[in-house]
Design a protein around this ligand. Sequence first.
Ligand code: SF4
Length: 118
Amino acid sequence: MVAGPRIAPGVVGSLPDPLVDHGAHSSHLGTGERKERPLQHPYQPDQEDRTRVRVHVDEERCQGHGRCYATAPEVFIPDELGNGREAGDGTVPEELEGKTRLAVANCPEQAISIEETI
Ligand code: SF4
């Protein structure tokens, strides 16, 4: 059994609710109003924190089946021989991640690597 912090009986009921604004500032202003509003979680992921997906086609493995650029043409493009290549630097926009993973899973040569970065 793991021992938690010890709190004297009767104290718990008097602790302030951490999810409620108890109007500390308004009491400083003398209004006496107590506004209840939900507090935001301190960790708010933004675009910079989000995991990003990047793909790369191994030229040695690719046999030009074309499934990748048929499935996710925004992410994969054919070269002059019909072999698949990643578009740009291979970074996948978030909204295309699903179809990109489908394309990766359906490459018969397993020529596409997918990497997740933060
Ligand atoms: S599906 Fe695979 S083998 Fe076919 S073109 Fe794309 S990367 Fe190449």
